[in-house]
Design a protein around this ligand. Structure first.
Ligand code: NAD
Ligand code: UGA
Length: 455
C-alpha cells in the first residue's frame, strides 16, 4: 500500500521504516531539512536499536523515501499518518499547532480520497479539528463537497529503546473510525494495512474515534500512576525501614497487580508521561473536572526527581562548593539518547547549583546531553564550566566524593566494584534505579543509598 508519514521523529521514522519492512511503499515527510538530509545520506537522527538496519534495507530497495516536499507527500499516500509532535502548551495542554498544520497541508494538495490517521498522541476531539482544518482548505479550493476523506485515530504505544520490537509485535492495535461511508472505507484500508500484525491472533481493538484518542492518554496515565505510587511508597519505606524491592515482588505476584512498571526510582522522564499526564489533567479541567489523582501523580514525580539531590545534601550538606561528584546515566531511560525531561537534568541543576563539580558519563546520550545541558545552563555559564563529560565510565569516578546513578544502562549493572572503589575518593553510591543489593554493597564496604531500601 502507498503510505505517507508526516513527521519523521521517533514515532514517524519507526512507523515508516516498519511499514516499509512489511512491503508497503512509504514516503516520510518532515519540515526539518537537517533531519531529512541525514536520512538521505544514510544516517539516522536518533538512537533506536535495530532501526538503522531496517531503514537502510528499505531505502536500498526504494520502499522508503525521505523528503521535505509537501505536495509530493500528499500525492503519494492514500493513507496519511500524522506523527508530528504534540508538546505541552504554556498551560500544559497539548499544543496542536503541528497537527493542524499537517492537516492543512493535506487539505491544500489532496485530489482523491484519503485516510488521515492521527498517530500522534492527541486530546479527545482532535480528529474533529483535523477534519475541520482539511475541510477549510478544501473549501478554499472549492472542493469541499467533491473530495472526501476520513480521519482515523490510531494511537501509538511503542516505548523508546524498544520501539522497533514494540511496533512489529504490538500487544494491541487501537483504531477508532467513524461509522459513515468514508469511515467504513477508512476501516477497510486500515484493516488491510494491519493484516500482517493480526496473522496469529487478532490484536486490533476497533472503536469510535474519541474512545481511541482517550485510550492513549488512559494508558500513559495509568503507567505513570503506578510509578508515582511506588515512588511514594519507596519514600515511606525509607522512613519505616522496609525494602521497596521486596514489597514490589510481594505485590506484583498478585496477577491483579502484575510485575510491570512498579520500579521505584528517581522519577519518570521522557517526552510522553510528563506531557500526557498534564494534558489529560488539562482536558479534564476544560470539562470542569479536577483529576485529583493525576495532579498527585505529577507532583509526586516532580518531587521524586529531587530525591537523589536531597539524599546527597543530607549526607554532604547544603553547600557543595569544592565537592566533586560522578554521575552515571544521562538519558531518561536506557537504550535511547533522548534527554527530554530526564531526571539527570534535575540532579545536575541541584549539584551544579550548589557549587559542586560533576563528571558525567552516558554510553549513548553524550552528544544530545551536551546540546541540552548547554541550553539548560545558558544563563549560568560558570556552572557549565564545572561539568565534565567523560567517555569512560570509570574515568568519570576519579576523585569523586560519591557516585550517583540516574539511568539503568546495562553497563552500570555489575561494574568491577574494586575499580569503582579505587577511582572514587570514598566508596559512596547514590543509586537512583536500585541496581544493587544494599546488603551486598555494605558487605563490600560501600556506603549505599538506594530508593526505598533502608532496611
Ligand atoms: P519528535 O519530536 O521526535 O518528531 C516529530 C517530528 O515532526 C519532528 O521531526 C518535526 O520536525 C516534525 N514536524 C513537525 N511539524 C511538521 C509538519 N507540519 N510536517 C511534517 N513534519 C513536521 O516526536 P515523537 O517523539 O516522534 O512524537 C510524535 C508524537 O507521537 C507525539 O504526539 C508523541 O506524544 C507521540 N508518541 C511518542 C512516542 C515516543 O516514544 N516518542 C510513543 C508513542 C506516541
Ligand atoms: C512510554 C510508554 O511506556 C509507551 O507505551 C508509550 O507509547 C510512550 O510512553 C509514549 O506515549 O510516548 P517511554 O516514555 O518511551 O514509553 O518509556 P518507558 O519505558 O515507559 O519509561 C518512561 C519513564 O518511566 C522512564 O524515565 C523510566 O525510567 C520510568 N519508569 C518506568 C520508572 O521509573 N519505573 C518503572 O517501573 C518503569
Amino acid at each position: 500500500m502507498k503510505i505517507t508519514i508526516i513527521g519523521t521523529g521517533y514515532v514517524g521514522l519507526v512507523t515508516g521504516a516498519c511499514l516499509a519492512e512489511l512491503g508497503n511503499d512509504v514516503f516520510c515527510l518532515d519540515v526539518d531539512e537537517k533531519k531529512i538530509a541525514i536520512l538521505n545520506n544514510g544516517g539516522i537522527p536518533i538512537h533506536e536499536p535495530g532501526l538503522a538496519e531496517i531503514v537502510a534495507r528499505n531505502r536500498a530497495v526504494g520502499r522508503l523515501q525521505f523528503s521535505t516536499d509537501i505536495a509530493a507527500s500528499v500525492a503519494h499516500g492514500q493513507i496519511q499518518f500524522i506523527a508530528v509532535g504534540t508538546p505541552p502548551d504554556e498551560d500544559g495542554s497539548a499544543d496542536l499547532q503541528y497537527v493542524v498544520a499537517a492537516a492543512r497541508n493535506i487539505g491544500k494538495y489532496m485530489t482523491d480520497f484519503k485516510v488521515i490517521v492521527d498517530k500522534s498522541t492527541v486530546p479527545v476531539g482532535t480528529a474533529d479539528k483535523v477534519s475541520a482544518a482539511i475541510t477549510a482548505e478544501l473549501a478554499v479550493r472549492k472542493l469541499a463537497t467533491e473530495t472526501t476523506f476520513s480521519v482515523v485515530s490510531n494511537p501509538e504505544f511503542l516505548k523508546e529503546g524498544a520501539a522497533v520490537e514494540d511496533f512489529m509485535r504490538p500487544d494491541r492495535i487501537v483504531i477508532g473510525c467513524n461509522d459513515d461511508t468514508a469511515g467504513e472505507n477508512a476501516r477497510a484500508l486500515m484493516k488491510q494495512l494491519y493484516t500482517p500484525f493480526n496473522r496469529n491472533h487478532e490484536r486490533t481493538y476497533w472503536m469510535d474515534v474519541r474512545s481511541a484518542e482517550f485510550t492513549k492518554y488512559a494508558a500513559n496515565a495509568m503507567l505513570a500512576t503506578r510509578i508515582s505510587f511506588m515512588n511514594e511508597l519507596a519514600n515511606l519505606a525509607d522512613k519505616v525501614g522496609a525494602d521497596i524491592e521486596a514489597v514490589r515482588h510481594g505485590i506484583g505476584s498478585d496477577p491483579r497487580i502484575g510485575h510491570s512498571f512498579l520500579y521505584a526510582g528517581c522519577g519518570y522522564g521522557g517526552s510522553c508521561f510528563p506531557k500526557d499526564v498534564q494534558a489529560l489533567e488539562r482536558t479534564a479541567r476544560a470539562y470542569g473536572q479536577d483529576l485529583l489523582i493525576l495532579r498527585a501523580v505529577e507532583q509526586v514525580n516532580d518531587r521524586q526527581k529531587h530525591v537523589l539531590g536531597n539524599k546527597i545534601v543530607e549526607r554532604f550538606g547544603e553547600d557543595l562548593s569544592g565537592k566533586h561528584f560522578a554521575l552515571w546515566g544521562l538519558a531518561f531511560k536506557p537504550n535511547t539518547d533522548d534527554m527530554r525531561e530526564a531526571s539527570s537534568r534535575v540532579l545536575l541543576g541541584e549539584l551544579l547549583g550548589r557549587g559542586a563539580t560533576v563528571a558525567v558519563h552516558d554510553p549513548v546520550a553524550m552528544a544530545e546531553a551536551r546540546r541540552v545541558l548547554e541550553l539548560d545552563f545558558a544563563n549560568q555559564p560558570e556552572a557549565l564550566q564545572r561539568l565534565r563529560f567523560c567517555e569512560n565510565q570509570m574515568e568519570a569516578l576519579e576523585g569523586a566524593e560519591a557516585l550517583a546513578i540516574v539511568t539503568e544502562w546495562k553497563n552500570y549493572r555489575s561494574p568491577d566494584f574494586e575499580q569503582v572503589r579505587k577511582h572514587l575518593k570514598a566508596p559512596v553510591i547514590f543509586d537512583g534505579r536500585n541496581l544493587y543489593e544494599p546488603t551486598v554493597m555494605s558487605d563490600i564496604g560501600f556506603e549505599y543509598y538506594g530508593i526505598g531500601r533502608s532496611v
